[in-house]
Write a protein that binds this ligand. Structure first.
Ligand code: DAH
Length: 350
């Protein structure tokens, strides 16, 4: 039995040389130490050993087992270290290299422009109200004092929907929607999309954004002077403090008197150029004192209440502000174009 153990040990250790492969090491482990392995077999036969010799043989068994085990472990450890060294050598990792860039989404320039405009009105105390794109004739036209034969009501201008509804042609429906349900004092801006039967072109789009705004209070408390103050303040906050403004008499069915606001041309600073058609001015919005007929339609007594309203196109402001010369660029979703305004939000906040 003793000789057998020693032979077993010698054979195993001989196989577990420094060059043994992982497979060889595993094969020895299974053959010697495994369930039905050689050493297990010897231990099963301990009964046959005379009682007097048993402790000595038992000790020898344990010693052989420990020796083989520790040799196995040493070899495995050495192989792990070698594998690690190999992989470190192969795939050198330079932690100072710049990381892979993950392309990040960003807000559309029209969204940024819209947000900045709303921020300016919010800073003057206006609240923001969302109103509906699918509208009826009353809120889009009738309550806004459009006569029944007004050209804007024609099929060429308006998208009519089955069932008598239409897509709003301006956000002025927001005025009516909000005033119908609330009482003055009110200072509200209604941002949203509008729709007209226009072909997409350099200057026009069948869908476009607008911001409608209005302020109403008891008669005498909100006047044309407030209209001028609020809109001049907006123009300078949005286009820069050096921007000159002028109000020009105009006409809208829902305001009386009506005025359009021009700003000094951003390209030539008023000197006159191709973009401002040599006038030095660019129109940015329509406005006026809310027509008494409009107030009546929402149940306000024009003798008791008074206010002003204004409306402006978002794309138009974006073209001017960002120096873009073609409206279509905003709708093509070409990332090379959209990516040109990444710091716009950060800049506008300062
Ligand atoms: N609704 C007009 C448009 O779509 C814009 C507008 C002009 C709105 C004057 C107003 C206003 O509230 O007073 O062109």
């Amino acid at each position: 039995m003793r000789e057998q153990l020693e032979a077993l040990r010698a054979a195993a250790l001989a196989e577990l040389g420094d060059r043994a492969s992982a497979e060889q090491i595993e094969a020895v482990r299974v053959r010697v130490l495994g369930r039905g392995g050689e050493l297990t077999e010897v231990m099963r036969r301990m009964r046959e050993v005379p009682a007097a010799e048993r402790p000595a043989i038992g000790q020898l068994v344990n010693q052989v087992k420990r020796e083989i085990e520790s040799r196995l472990e040493a070899l495995q450890e050495r192989q792990r270290a070698a594998a690690l060294a190999r992989s470190l050598g192969e795939a050198r990792l330079d932690v100072t290299l710049p990381g892979a860039r993950i392309p990040r989404g960003r807000l559309h320039p029209l969204t940024l422009v819209m947000e900045q405009m709303l921020d300016i009105f919010a800073s003057m105390g206006f609240e923001v109200a969302a109103t509906q794109d699918v509208e009826d004739d009353f809120h889009n036209f009738e309550a806004l004092n459009f006569p029944p034969d007004h050209p804007a009501r024609e099929m060429q201008d308006t998208f009519f929907l089955p069932g008598g509804m239409l897509l709003r042609t301006h956000t002025s429906n927001g005025q009516i929607r909000v005033m119908q349900h609330r009482k003055p004092p009110l200072a509200v801006v209604c941002p949203g999309n509008c729709y007209r039967r226009d072909e997409l072109s350099v200057r026009a789009s069948p869908m476009f954004g607008q911001i409608e705004g209005f302020m109403v209070d008891r008669a005498g408390r909100v006047t044309m002077a407030h209209l001028k103050g609020v809109l001049s303040e907006f123009a300078r906050a949005f286009y820069g403090p050096q921007t000159a403004v002028r109000f020009r008499a105009s006409f809208f069915p829902f305001t009386e008197p009506s005025a359009e606001l021009d700003i000094s041309c951003l390209l030539c600073a008023g000197a006159g150029c191709r973009v401002c058609k040599q006038s030095g001015w660019t129109e940015i919005l329509g406005s006026g004192m809310i027509h008494p007929n409009v107030l009546r339609k929402v149940g306000y007594d024009p003798a008791e209440y008074q206010g002003f309203a204004f409306g402006m196109g978002v794309e138009r402001q974006a073209l001017l502000k960002l120096g873009v010369d073609d409206m279509r660029l905003f709708f093509e979703n070409d990332l090379r174009f959209l990516g040109q305004f990444p710091s716009f939000a950060a800049r506008s906040a300062s």
